[in-house]
Design a protein around this ligand. Structure first.
Ligand SMILES: Nc1nc2c(ncn2[C@@H]2O[C@H](COP(=O)(O)OP(=O)(O)OP(=O)(O)O)[C@@H](O)[C@H]2O)c(=O)[nH]1
Ligand SMILES: [Mg+2]
Length: 249
């Protein structure tokens, strides 16, 4: 059972003061032995301070503070590296705004017995998306179709940051080749793992639009999402900057 494994979870935060305390409580309810790593980018609303105050209340909570808002992807990479150096056997990531529900985390964890990376997917038959405006749904759907057409990985959801990795899968990622820092890092990691022949699986998830806190998705980031997938395609089209195949099995 996955419960005996050393499991780390990375949560990138920017202005999640309304969510962070309840999120942490529900996560430890769902997976009590979690090594939780919160990576906060000096949130003006004091999320980082709130997270610090939780230290001591929970057995394995760690908070990494960065100087300013530098993007979700880069924050997650900092957390991944910390989890690897701490010896985690499974490493997960999720958002702090309850779009990904803590109670669903054990299902992703369990599926890592079959796959090297597991994605909580919004686009499988029994997945659901709750309270997302039409335009947002359309944008996400288009972004995923576009990524799939260009990058060719047989997955339905490239852009949901609800994932679990086996340790060996994250060790296979060449972080030095990743120069982006925003949401596209999710796609770049998937490209690298796919090119290295690692197994990527999906489990259905119920994705709920944030109820509290403000959206971090700016118009610039939407434009960036499309141009950066094009860059990825260009960089990785002939095997890209990757070193040799990696044997995870
Ligand atoms: N550390 C860090 N975390 C970030 C940054 N941008 C977003 N996040 C976090 O990454 C997760 C996903 O960001 P969201 O703002 O929920 O982005 P989204 O889901 O595309 O859009 P909304 O839910 O509408 O805001 C949340 O936990 C954010 O707090 C950033 O620059 N740095
Ligand atoms: Mg969100």
């Amino acid at each position: 059972m996955a419960g005996v494994k050393r499991i780390a979870l990375i949560i990138p935060t920017y202005n999640e003061a309304d969510n962070i305390e309840r999120m942490v409580a529900e996560l430890y309810e769902a997976v009590p032995n979690l090594h939780l790593i919160i990576v906060d980018d000096n949130s003006p609303d004091g999320t980082g301070r709130l997270a610090d105050n939780l230290w001591g209340e929970y057995p394995h909570l760690e908070v990494i503070h960065r100087r300013g808002k530098e993007g979700r992807g880069g924050a997650t990479i900092v957390g991944f590296k910390r989890a690897l150096s701490a010896g985690a056997e499974l490493i997960c990531e999720m958002d702090a705004d309850f779009s990904h529900h803590p109670a669903e985390l054990p299902r992703l964890i369990e599926k890592t017995s079959e796959y090297d990376m597991v994605i909580g997917s919004r686009y499988l038959a029994s997945s659901r998306i709750v309270n997302w405006p039409c335009l947002r749904r359309l944008f996400s759907k288009l972004a995923n179709l576009y990524a799939r057409a260009l990058l060719g990985i047989p997955i339905k959801d490239y852009t949901n940051g609800f994932r679990c990795f086996r340790r060996c899968a994250l060790q296979a990622v060449d972080f030095s080749a990743i120069d982006a820092s925003g949401y596209v890092v999710l796609s770049e990691i998937a490209v690298q793992l796919h090119r290295r022949g690692l197994r990527i699986g999906e489990v259905p998830t119920i994705f709920v639009n944030r109820k509290r806190g403000e959206s971090n998705l700016s118009r610039a980031e939407i434009v960036n999402a499309f141009t950066s997938v094009l860059r990825l395609w260009w960089r990785y089209q002939r095997g890209g900057p990757l070193k040799k195949n990696y044997n995870c099995h």
